[in-house]
Design a protein around this ligand. Structure first.
Ligand SMILES: [Zn+2]
Ligand SMILES: [Zn+2]
Length: 256
């Protein structure tokens, strides 16, 4: 065998062994990339970069998968892998959204507190006015009128005490953060200002991070539907713990 022929044989052997070790179904192949979008790619050059995917993104495998699917072949294990990755990332995002909502409610409490304090101040000055009125009545020896006013004064004072106690309790539960007109993006969890112009809002909704979450939510629905149709019980693939989730981000494991 000539040297060239021998070299070609060696190369083709190497290529075939590479094909089997990194084939479409190999654990080192990124299934998210094959059936949709890999989150590592979606987050690149955003405020939440995840670095580079530790698995292989192969366009030829993607094409092979698409050809197979067209012929009717099914890859439920790919769907499951993509499902568990997306579910974990999006569950985390949903937790952030919930927390952001709670924080904003806190801000609203802050403005309620301000209104309450104003009411207490008003009652305070009413009480002061009434006291001097009672003094005047006593000086003028209008005892009956003074007694009636005293009753009213006591009532007002109780009202004021109740309100200021409410204020004190509310103040303990409310943070000192400044009140802003904010809302939370239901898709990606970012804070949006209600005072933002349409242009700025449009910038957010067209931003890479927001669109990445839109894509992931759509793909989650898609694989979920497909897996349901195949009768897969998805409860076994729900996110386990946050620690496990971090491992997934680093590409160490996809399932427990
Ligand atoms: Zn990937
Ligand atoms: Zn958003």
């Amino acid at each position: 065998m000539s040297a060239i022929l021998e070299q070609r044989k060696l190369i083709s052997q190497l290529m075939s062994s590479a094909a089997t070790s990194h084939g479409l179904t190999s654990p080192s192949t990124c299934k998210s990339f094959i059936i949709g979008h890999c989150p590592y790619d979606l987050f690149q050059e955003t405020k939440q970069p995840m670095g580079h995917c530790p698995r292989i993104h192969s366009v030829s495998h993607k094409m092979q998968y698409e050809r197979d699917v067209k012929k009717g072949k099914k890859y439920p294990e790919f769907d499951l892998e993509h499902y568990s990755i997306l579910k974990k990332i999006l569950s985390d995002c949903d937790v952030q959204i919930e927390m952001a909502h709670k924080k904003l409610q806190h801000h609203e409490e802050h403005s309620k507190l301000a209104a309450l304090l104003q009411a207490v101040n008003q009652l305070e000055s009413k009480c002061a006015l009434m006291l001097s009125e009672i003094d005047m009545l006593i000086q003028n020896e209008e005892v009956m009128k003074a007694m009636i006013q005293s009753c009213k004064y006591n009532k007002l004072q109780t009202e004021r005490d109740t309100l200021s106690e409410k204020c004190r309790q509310m103040n303990e539960n409310t943070g000192q953060s400044a009140q802003q007109k904010l809302q939370v993006c239901r898709v990606c969890g970012a804070y949006l200002s209600r005072l933002d112009t349409d242009r700025r809002l449009a910038d957010h909704f067209m931003g890479k991070l927001h669109l990445g979450y839109v894509t992931m939510r759509k793909e989650l629905d898609m694989v979920k539907k497909r897996l349901h149709e195949q009768g897969t019980d998805l409860h076994t693939y729900l996110p386990q713990t946050r620690r496990h989730q971090k491992a997934v981000y680093r590409g160490k494991s996809y399932r427990s």
